[in-house]
Design a protein around this ligand. Structure first.
Ligand code: F6R
Length: 613
């Protein structure tokens, strides 16, 4: 949600910023802008639209070695050049990711000093506030400003009379920084630092970073020096590039076998039995997730947003089946305002690819304050949710750039499965033998996904039948009902086709009235225990004229006259079917979006990493 980058060093800063902004563009793409120190002072260039439009506006002879850049996802104030960042007021130029909640009140106060904004943004008010406080001491000014600011923010700030220096502070919104021979860089996400270094640090909240060409110093608000922990990127630097794929989304769909393997394999303990055979057991000792986390728990709450929440819906079915412990799944933005019932025997699992989603982070903080145990499933190392949880299970999906989440979702599923197996083993709900059998089946989901990836041409052809649809339903039962939610969000976010996910048995209680020959139905029929019921539901929608695309397993027997198209995944035990079936749904969404000529990776109005409420 808004991408920000700052650079001061020995390269042309406009080039560095524009390249960084295109890497951060997935975070927002309503408008973009840069502000750089030049021989004429601080110069701003802004443009509505994508980074490419901004790039076209930057003169080829523009020279600067220090600047800040922003790609915006509009919150306060419409999409316009005047609302685009950076904002300059008096001696202060800044960019911001987050929301200043008390900007109205501050605006009224600042009007009394004769300061009026030209934009409709909360960010310009922050620039005005800093300008009103600035008397030459940047540290003191920032300290006083944050005492007044409410909300979430990551700021990069330049003061007109301090050339070549960038200051930064954050609360809530992410910032990572690194130092290299070419200069100092700070950005919302590691992907924009990779060209400079694999080593970086997360700027701690409420601490001020000062970037000069040769150093980055971090101090707390009292001016004491701080030494943030240095982290290293473990994935290959090419992982954040398209590597020959037309879209990041397709590349990330195809990366799922590796992403799942990377998530599972470091956590397999090979147990040699007396009879010489080897058992595969989940082992979280390297994650420092002690078995004591699982003992005494009598309730589990999963809280997350969007696709991550859908992974939680699958986790619920799995946990309840294996553990017989009640599980609720709450949307994080609702959970945090519901006064939830929590105690020390409640395990709260938060799930987040980015580890920065504002609502999920707030839900986690609430759970901790109430004394619940907290475990997070997170993809981005060192992110806020990871740092603030009692325990972290990192998915190793690698960087996910497409706004529509794919590999992070199946990696989250594999995390849930491993946690469920370990939990069940510790609670003696399953034997080591059974656990090992489950682990083998979990690993078998990888070749099953590879089988689906071989069917892309067929799925592409079938997806063409959806191109002109305006409404669509995903239906399923049990785990397929949870998967329907994920299939539906994926399709609607990148194709703009309105779709609904429905428990198949519930349709006849009202929604069947919407089914006509113009409303295709994607029927998920991978669960053998409810197959006959699902078949009846497919007949019901077909009888109302719907074109039915059925996703089922090789062994399932379904009469060919009740569907129009069939996509088959390898047969496995029911609980493992969602992996391959999820990939089918991702490919349907992908190819339908491509066929509709849309921007697959950056769908309208959306952004990845939602750091505002
Ligand atoms: C949908 C999608 C979103 C995210 C949601 C949570 O494809 O990507 O629904 O899943 O915004 O994001 P994270 O996982 O970063 O907390």
């Amino acid at each position: 949600m808004c991408g920000i980058i700052g650079f001061t060093g020995y390269l042309n800063s406009a080039d560095v910023l524009l390249q960084g902004l295109s890497e951060l563009e997935y975070r927002g793409y309503d408008s973009a802008g840069i502000a750089c120190f030049t021989e004429n002072g601080v110069e701003l260039i802004k443009e509505v639209g994508k980074v490419a439009a901004l790039k076209a506006k930057v003169p080829s002879d523009f020279h600067s070695t220090c600047g800040i850049g922003h790609t915006r996802w509009a919150t306060h104030g419409g999409v316009s050049e005047v609302n685009a960042h950076p904002h300059k007021f008096g001696k202060v130029t800044l960019i911001h990711n987050g929301i200043i909640e008390n900007y109205h009140e501050l605006e009224k106060e600042l009007a009394l000093t004769g300061r009026y904004p030209v934009s409709q943004t909360d960010t310009e008010i922050a620039a005005m506030l800093l300008d009103s406080l600035y008397e030459g001491d940047a540290h003191e000014t920032i300290k006083k400003a944050v005492e007044r600011l409410e909300g979430a923010y990551a700021f990069l700030i330049m003061f007109e009379d301090q050339p070549e220096v960038i200051y930064s502070i954050r609360k809530g919104s992410p910032l990572v920084a690194c130092q290299s021979e070419q200069g100092s860089v700070i950005a919302s996400d590691m992907v924009a630092l990779l060209r400079f270094s694999k080593d970086y640090f997360v700027l701690p909240e409420y601490q001020i970073a000062k970037l000069t060409k040769t150093s980055i110093t971090v101090t707390d608000l009292d001016g004491e020096l701080v030494a943030p922990e240095i982290l290293s990127v473990t994935w290959d630097t090419t992982a954040a590039q398209k590597n020959g794929f037309k879209h990041y989304m397709k590349k990330e769909i195809f990366e799922q076998p590796e992403a799942i393997l990377r998530t599972i394999s470091p956590r397999i303990h090979k147990n040699l039995c007396a009879d010489g055979h080897e058992q595969l057991l989940p082992d979280f000792s390297a994650d420092e997730i002690d078995d004591s986390v699982f003992t005494g728990v009598n309730r589990i709450i999963v809280t997350a947003c969007g696709t991550a929440m859908h992974a939680g819906l699958m986790g619920k079915v799995l946990f309840e089946r294996l553990l017989r412990i009640p599980v609720t799944v709450d949307i994080a933005s609702e959970f945090r305002y519901q006064n939830p019932i929590l105690d020390e025997n409640t395990l709260v699992i938060t799930v987040s690819q980015s580890g920065e989603t504002a609502d999920t982070l707030a839900a986690l903080r609430l759970a901790r304050t109430a004394g619940a145990r907290t475990l997070s499933i997170v993809n981005v190392k060192g992110s806020s949710i990871a740092r603030e949880s009692d325990y972290v299970f990192y998915t190793h999906a690698g960087p996910e750039i497409a706004v529509a989440s794919t590999k992070a979702y199946t990696a989250q599923l594999s995390a849930f499965y491993m946690i469920a197996f370990r939990f069940a083993l510790v609670r003696e709900k399953i034997t080591k033998e059974e656990c090992s059998e489950y682990m083998h089946l979990l690993l078998d989901t990888i070749p099953a996904i590879e089988e689906v990836l071989k069917q892309t041409e067929n799925i592409k052809k079938i997806s063409k039948r959806l191109v002109d649809s305006e409404n669509l339903f995903f239906i399923g039962r049990g785990m397929d009902s949870a998967l329907a939610c994920e299939g539906s969000i994926k399709l609607k976010e990148i194709t703009y086709i309105h779709s609904e996910a429905y428990a198949a048995g519930e349709l006849k209680h009202g929604t069947l009235s919407l089914i006509t020959e113009k409303v295709p139905v994607i029927a998920l029929a991978t669960q053998s225990d409810v197959l006959s019921k699902m078949v009846s539901n497919m007949k019901e929608v077909r009888a109302r004229g719907a074109m039915v695309i059925c996703v089922t397993t090789e062994d399932a027997t379904i009469e060919s006259n009740i569907y129009d198209e069939k996509i088959v995944i390898p047969t496995t035990a029911d609980i493992f079917a969602p992996f391959a079936a999820a990939v089918v749904l991702q490919l349907i969404a992908y190819y339908t979006s491509v066929a509709r000529g849309l921007d697959v990776d950056q769908p309208r109005n959306l952004a990845k990493s939602v750091t505002v409420e």
